[in-house]
Design a protein around this ligand. Structure first.
Ligand code: PLP
Length: 393
């Protein structure tokens, strides 16, 4: 018998949605203004304040935020941008869409974050930017990365899709680099359905991103159709349709009020998993580093088939058969045919990311999980791992 029945399948990464979000959404629907307007401005303001950032622009996704950050940074054809192979494809696709060449620096296998020494080894006179990803919500080593960037005049664009609550040495992720890009996709720490936000250090970068995110027009619709008389817009760049709607921001505003409560819930789940799995042959995440705050976005275990007696993919299928949704974050980017064909990347180029990508399994850690859900996940893990019948002396 499965731990959970088909009807009761635990969906991986399901967001926690409560009555206040539903009511706020209804209020927007009734207000008649669904598009980019006052709620987007309020969400930008509140999110900026929550992280003590300087400037924030809400966008349709983190992918859009990464793309526009690179453009605002002046990155383009002929430039090299260094990032990690253990990330979602959007990180590297945004570099490609900006016209630049992505370069992969391997990770530190303990933290699963980009290794500053690997970055240093890949610097060339064409390197223009670094895109660190705070994997699972653990902060990258920002001190050496920022020092390198300052020395070499590189832009830094932080991918904070996992890292809304992350802090490094008392400072919020997303405020170290020139740009910090956040995601409010349905599986992320707070959600707006689809949605993103970008922090910028400089006001002119925020203004540029706002224009590029709405067709390259100088005035947004909220101002054009307001009650102060008709205003013409002028197109000053070939922009994109990357704006966030008030419908999305309404959900985000209510989610943001609960961001710390949700974080605390995920921390409890994280600690419970660490305790429950301590004696199992699984690889567990390293403890958070001193003087940092881990966002606990993902809880990933490593399934080494030799040690565990089961392959990673059989473990994934086993969990699914037990009624528990699981994820893989991520196959190394070097495993995908497009990048192999276009850039000649090979799995052996970044051995740590490749190994972890082939062993990793993400277990559910959403704030939506009840205590019962968490115990079901633990029971399923124990059922799926082969019993060690005789410990060899
Ligand atoms: C989710 C994610 C993105 C993309 O976010 P969207 O808002 O879906 O565009 C980028 N980078 C990482 C590391 C992610 O996990």
């Amino acid at each position: 018998m499965a731990v959970r029945s088909k009807e009761n399948f635990l969906v991986f990464g399901a967001p926690r949605i409560e009555e206040d979000e539903i009511q706020e959404l209804e209020a927007v629907m009734r207000s008649g203004w669904l598009g980019t307007g006052p709620r987007v401005a309020a969400f930008e303001h509140d999110f900026c304040r929550y992280r003590s950032a300087e400037h924030a622009v809400a966008l349709s996704s983190c992918s859009a935020a990464l793309h526009l950050s690179l453009l605002a940074a002046g990155i383009g054809s002929g430039d090299e941008v260094i990032t990690t192979p253990l990330t979602f494809c959007a990180t590297v696709n945004s570099i490609i869409h900006a016209g630049a060449t992505p370069v992969l620096a391997d990770i530190d296998p303990r933290t699963m974050n980009i290794d500053p020494e690997q970055v240093r080894a890949l610097l060339t006179d064409r390197t223009r930017a670094i895109v660190p990803v705070h994997f699972a919500g653990r902060p990258c080593e920002m001190d050496p990365l920022m020092e390198m960037a300052t020395q070499r005049g590189l832009k830094v664009i932080e991918d904070c899709a996992h890292a809304i609550e992350t802090e490094y040495h008392g400072r919020s992720a997303g405020t170290f680099g020139d740009f910090g890009c956040f995601s409010f996709y349905v599986t992320k720490n707070i959600v707006t359905g689809e949605g993103g936000m970008v922090f910028t250090r400089r006001e002119e970068d925020a203004a540029r991103i706002k224009i590029l995110g709405l067709h390259g027009m100088t005035k947004d619709a909220w101002k054009r159709f307001g009650d102060e008389g008709y205003k013409h817009y002028y197109v000053v760049a070939a922009g994109f349709k990357y704006n966030m709607m008030d419908l999305q921001a309404a959900i985000g505003l209510k989610q943001l009020e609960k961001v710390d409560a949700y974080w605390r819930r995920r921390q409890v789940i994280w600690n419970r998993y660490c305790e429950a799995f301590a004696e199992l042959p699984l690889g567990l995440p390293a403890a958070p580093e001193a003087n940092t705050r881990h966002a606990h976005h993902l809880f990933n275990v490593l399934v080494d088939s030799e040690r565990c007696g089961i392959s990673r993919d059989d473990f994934l299928n086993g969990m699914t058969a037990q009624g528990i949704g699981v994820g893989v974050h991520y196959l190394s980017l070097t495993e995908h045919p497009y990048y192999q064909e276009t850039y000649g990347w090979k799995p052996e180029d970044t051995p740590h990311a490749t190994r972890i990508g082939r062993q990793t399994v993400s277990l559910p850690i959403s704030a939506k999980l009840s205590d019962r859900d968490v115990e079901d996940v633990i029971e399923a893990v124990c059922c799926v791992l082969p019993q060690r019948t005789a410990d060899v002396a």
